[in-house]
Design a protein. Sequence first.
Length: 406
Amino acid sequence: MAVVTDTGASDARVIGVLGAGHFFSHFFLLCLPPLFPALRGEFGVSFAALGFMMTSYNLIGGLIQAPMGFLIDRFGARWILIAGVVLMSGAVLLMGFTESYEAILVLAVLAGLGNSVIHPADYAVMSGAISEGRLGRAFSLHTFSGEFGGAFAPVVMGTLAAMWDWRSALMAAGAAGLVVAAIMASQSRLLVDDTGGTRADAAPGNKAQATGMKLLMSPAMLLFFAFFVAISLAGGGMQSFAITSLIQTQEITIAGATMALTVFLFSSSIGVLLGGPLADRVKRQEMTMMIAVAVAAGFIILPAFMDLSVTLLFGILAIAGLAQGVTRPTRDMMVRAATPPGQSGKVFGFVSVGLSIGSSVAPPLFGWIMDQGAPRMVFVLTSVFMLLMLATALAGHFTARAAARR
């Protein structure tokens, strides 16, 4: 049975343990690209084949999240989470011993399978183990830890490969992940989830809500799924083609355009951290979402219609990134508020599939826009997707509230 702790020290330990696993989830996602030149030389395969390894990891890790959520809600998150981290880390470690491309491909699939438990398990644990007044901060730190892991991977793997070789780099990364899994096992008693249905904020109306597939196919959850798709479409477009668009539309060098995107991404991470305490203090999450998305969408569209100085461009993207980051903990709080007790694993697993779908669709979609000779539309479409985020978030929020009252 889930127990909701109200001690700051226990909350911090839970956040730290989950954050470490989430760090490596994103770290492993980006640990292979820095090694592609070495892998290509070792196995004599094309870059397309190497890219397929990443697709295998991403799709498996993304699409299986929903069924993993059902298992987590049925059997509990604790040991499924630890097993997932062990599988993910062990697969990366074994990549260092492989003698063929096919073997690494199989291990990439296994790593993706291990990664698929992270989001549904982590959110189930946070819903059950974190004090209500600190939940927004828990969501923000959890999101930040994953982003930090992704940002850290290229420089760490590149450095390790330069110091030793690509095999040793993968072995070291996988071993570090196994150490984290061991720490998680030693702290397993803290990893309680909300499967017992004793969540402190469970409203009387929530007890009448649907469960299982009926819940996931409800209008509110389908709207939240679309919300997550829109989030990743907006972010994927910026990450893929903002640099190219800025070079073609603004008087800026490739170094300046790269720095502009870095400013946006860094500001977004800061916004994630600021959004946590804000989500804990402001109970009307829909108001925070409305203001933050309006600011982000309003500023991100400006480079499409204005010729900007480098300083002004950096300032605009910093504000847009900051506002966009603030929405992330608020997003999680809105989904959690619409989730009946004991259903967090499947709900967060299901909506997280939307992130994988959007991330897969965004690069070719925005690439097609660039091929049409419309680079300014990158920022227009990003703004449109941000507004779609707002529309689906608000629709999901109010639909869930209406269902709870019935």
